[in-house]
Design a protein around this ligand. Structure first.
Ligand code: COA
Length: 316
């Protein structure tokens, strides 16, 4: 079954990491851990902190809009995926839209680490409704809800933002080949933060559920696109733990050579992680027109989402 679209291209991508860094070595001052343990068990070497979600989102968005060669008047909708909004109320998207000078709807998506991929799928729906250009942003100030003295969670999370301008493509050179999206609320208590509190996590259970969700979602998206793992030129998975990716890849048949990672540099930046990797993959020339790329997210909720895109967007 083909996926309804009006063509789909990411015409400009941008990202931003705040300057301040907490290394694994820094963490050993506040918790009983070691650089070696964190690298071996997670693949993380450092995380960036500082800035608010709206500040980080605005910087990444400006870069994406510049690369797409669009002005604020061209954007028909802002979708901002975040699990660490500036305020509980209102959403963070209106502030970002204001900073960017947009004149359109602006809405937060709270689907934890899957949020940016949820946003791509929502953007396709809005493009089908007649919109032409959607700004899809993932931005997080996770340092607001992370306890950097707790070795269970403090080793994992950091701040960052990534953004893409998503456009229709009448030529269909760029297209959304398939998508998958899901949620399982029975797992809410394996990763959550209550009002005014920090993230709490059952790490082992999150690990297990994440592997299952990735296998299921990627499998569904491949089947719907009529593709196999070997047909995908580049997979960009959510960056939580390299061992989660390796475990999921065993059954899916992906190789790490097909996979873009940025975990060592960023830690887990939740909704920002996939566009942060995408920006780096473009810098490295890993995407060409015609490339097939998979974006695969999973996170608290549990939520998960996957898209397969035929790339005809920005290349560098
Ligand atoms: N530093 C050093 N030792 C640690 C540690 C740390 N930060 N955290 C736990 N340990 C110890 C434990 O106490 C335990 O010691 P023991 O064997 O003496 O009892 C041992 O290391 C193994 O603990 P375990 O909890 O089984 O480790 P793990 O391999 O499952 O790794 C996580 C823990 C959190 C890194 C891992 O479970 C994980 O990444 N889960 C998914 C989390 C995630 O991705 N969340 C976001 C999803 S979007």
């Amino acid at each position: 079954m083909s996926t309804p679209t009006n063509g789909f291209r990411l015409s400009g991508v941008g990202s931003y990491l705040p300057e301040k860094i907490i290394t694994n070595a820094d963490l050993t001052a506040s918790m009983d851990t070691s650089d070696e343990w964190i690298r071996e068990r997670t693949g993380i070497g450092q995380r960036h902190v500082g800035g608010t979600t709206s500040e980080l989102a605005t910087i990444a968005s400006r870069k994406a809009m510049e690369r797409a060669n669009v002005g604020p008047e061209d954007i028909d909708q802002l979708l901002l995926a975040t699990t660490s909004p500036d305020f509980i109320c209102p959403g963070t998207a209106p502030e970002v839209a204001y900073q960017l000078g947009l004149d359109c709807g602006a809405l937060d998506i709270q689907a934890a680490c899957s949020g940016w991929v949820y946003g791509l799928i929502m953007a396709n729906g809005l493009l089908l409704q007649g919109m032409k250009k959607i700004l899809v942003v993932g931005a997080e100030a996770l340092d607001q809800i992370t306890d950097y003295t707790d070795r269970n969670t403090g080793i994992l999370f950091g701040n960052g933002a990534g953004a893409a301008v998503v456009e229709t493509d009448e030529s269909r050179a760029g297209d959304l080949l398939s998508w998958d999206m899901g949620a399982a609320g029975e797992y809410v208590h394996i990763l959550y933060a209550e009002h005014g509190d920090v993230l709490k996590m059952d790490g082992r259970e999150v690990f297990r559920q994440a592997v299952t969700a990735m296998q299921r979602s990627a499998g569904n998206a491949l089947e719907r696109a009529g593709l196999t793992a070997a047909d995908i030129d580049l997979v960009i998975p959510h960056q939580a733990n390299v061992r989660i990716v390796e475990a999921a890849w065993k059954r899916l048949g992906f190789s790490m050579d097909q996979t873009a990672m940025r975990l060592e540099e960023t830690g887990n930046t939740s909704a920002a992680s996939i566009p942060l990797v995408l920006d780096k993959a473009l810098d490295e020339g890993r995407l060409q027109n015609g490339s097939t790329v998979m974006f695969l997210g999973f996170g608290a909720g549990m939520t998960w989402a996957c898209t397969i895109v035929r790339w005809a967007g920005e290349t560098r």
